[in-house]
Design a protein around this ligand. Structure first.
Ligand code: 5AD
Ligand code: SF4
Length: 445
């Protein structure tokens, strides 16, 4: 019998939601080529690294993991190792990858992700190593369906790239200028997802509030969001990321009148000091940021906010840092991602003087994390004795509990006899432990 061996792939993803979703697109391409996923690198025919370059540790992590494959490749030369994602789009990085890891077969970028299938074919048939990168983004690519790995949530790109050039950030250099997808394509994708049974849609873009500003469509983000929320079905909608300078009253009004849109806004503040915000090229002051928060809370009193915050930006004094802590307390973020500033070659900030010593950066981030955690704990404690509706995402075998998030992003755990994944579950919250809530099921739909 001429039985063909099933080909397998393994994808390692670094970085953000955008990257996780791009890995789903890569998986879709591989599935159409007849590959199936494996968790075990040693049995994979293709191993893919979807890299991130936003901070140095993300890069180092990927470099370490790629290096570990040298032995496997020596034992199985037919194994195809491909490196893609943001890091390969950085100037000169592809050459560094080629020199440091000569056993890598394919280097490609996020700007030519759709070519992955062809690049693998080419590698199999021509046996030559391939470096294939696109320097400039070429419009918007409409992908064939991704192989989603995140049920009951589905990520949907509404736009690619970023025009903001925050002085610390490499994203505009590796992902190019803003390009918006056509609203019809986005709505078609969302409708299909709701029909398939997805119960949460997260609209993705580096700066969703500037959707359409590239001239691709007349439709602006508030209208797009409302149209998505108006799709018939029992599901909820999130979006990320919003730039505070573009966060508008119109958007808040849309959130306020469509109950399918979660009352949680991810609004990265980065710093609470006006001097640092200016050096970061964020184009708002702490006061203006707080005014946007007040506008949101006035219209939607139960709205929660999450944020991204960088400590140890060049020139950050103790006073600047204290201004950040004070803003964090004033807003009362539900949670926040906190980062130590990481210099990225080619960005404006990388050339700035007055680098903050590592020990100071470390001490500041520890202090900030403590402030953020205290806020989170305080909010969790308020849930106890009340009801919360979560969307059940998965089962935790260690705890023997199902879990999911409420619209404000708070994780709730509960026991159940049947599979509850993909259901909206109302929990009576019996206890809280830092970020997590524990409850018993009241009803589900
Ligand atoms: N150093 C530290 N954090 C960074 N971010 C972006 N660039 C850097 C950098 N060079 C953070 C910002 C952004 C989040 C996605 O990553 O806070 O909002
Ligand atoms: Fe980077 Fe600023 Fe664009 Fe966000 S808005 S991706 S932080 S340049």
């Amino acid at each position: 019998m001429n039985e063909e061996k099933i080909k397998k792939y393994h994808i390692v993803t670094y970085g953000c939601q955008m990257n996780l979703h791009e890995s789903e697109k890569m998986a879709g391409i591989l599935a159409r080529k007849g590959y199936v996923a494996t968790q075990d690198k040693s049995e994979a025919d293709v191993i893919l690294f979807n890299t991130c370059c936003i901070r140095e540790n993300a890069e180092n992590h990927a470099f370490g993991n790629i290096g570990e494959l040298k032995k496997l490749k020596r034992a199985r030369p037919e194994l195809i190792i491909a490196v893609g994602g943001c890091m390969t789009q950085e100037k000169g990085k592809a050459e560094i990858i080629r020199q440091r890891f000569p056993f890598v077969d394919i280097v490609f970028g996020n700007l030519n992700l759709e070519e992955l299938g062809d690049l693998i074919e080419e590698r199999i048939h021509r046996k030559k190593k391939i470096v294939s990168l696109r320097e400039e983004a070429q419009g918007v690519t409409e992908y064939d369906p991704p192989l989603r790995n995140s049920y009951p949530n589905a990520w949907v790109n509404i736009m690619y790239g970023c025009n903001n050039f925050c002085s610390y950030c490499i994203v505009p250099y590796v992902r190019g200028r803003e390009r918006s997808r056509q609203p019809e394509h986005i709505l078609e994708e969302c409708r299909a997802l709701v029909k398939e049974g997805y119960r949460e849609i997260t609209l993705l873009g580096q700066n969703v509030n500037s959707y359409g500003s590239d001239g691709a469509t007349e439709v602006r983000f508030p209208e797009l969001l409302e149209r998505v929320a108006n799709i018939e079905g029992d599901f909820r909608v999130r979006f990320m990321t919003s730039h505070p300078k573009d966060f508008t009253k119109e958007l808040v009004e849309v959130i306020g009148r469509n109950r399918k849109i979660c009352h949680l806004v991810h609004l990265p503040v980065q710093s609470g000091s006006d001097g640092i915000l200016q050096a970061m090229n964020r184009r708002y002051t702490a006061e203006q940021y707080l005014a946007k928060v007040a506008m949101l809370k006035e219209k939607i009193p139960d709205a929660e906010l999450t944020s991204d915050i960088i400590v140890g930006f060049p020139g950050e004094t103790e006073e600047d840092f204290e201004a950040t802590v004070s803003l964090v307390k004033k807003v009362g973020f539900a949670s926040a991602f906190t980062f130590v500033y990481s210099p990225r070659t080619g960005t404006k900030a990388a050339a700035m003087p007055d680098r903050v010593p590592e020990a100071v950066q470390k001490s500041r981030i520890m202090r900030l994390i403590e402030v953020v955690n205290a806020l989170t704990r305080e909010k969790s404690a308020k849930y106890v004795g009340k009801e919360a509706e979560i969307l059940c995402e998965d089962f935790d075998p260690k705890r023997n509990l199902y879990f999911g998030r409420d619209e404000y992003g708070r994780m709730g755990y509960f026991p159940a006899k049947e599979n509850m994944i993909g259901k909206f579950v109302t929990l009576k919250i019996d206890g809280a432990n830092g970020v997590s809530l524990f409850g018993t099921m009241v009803k589900a739909r």
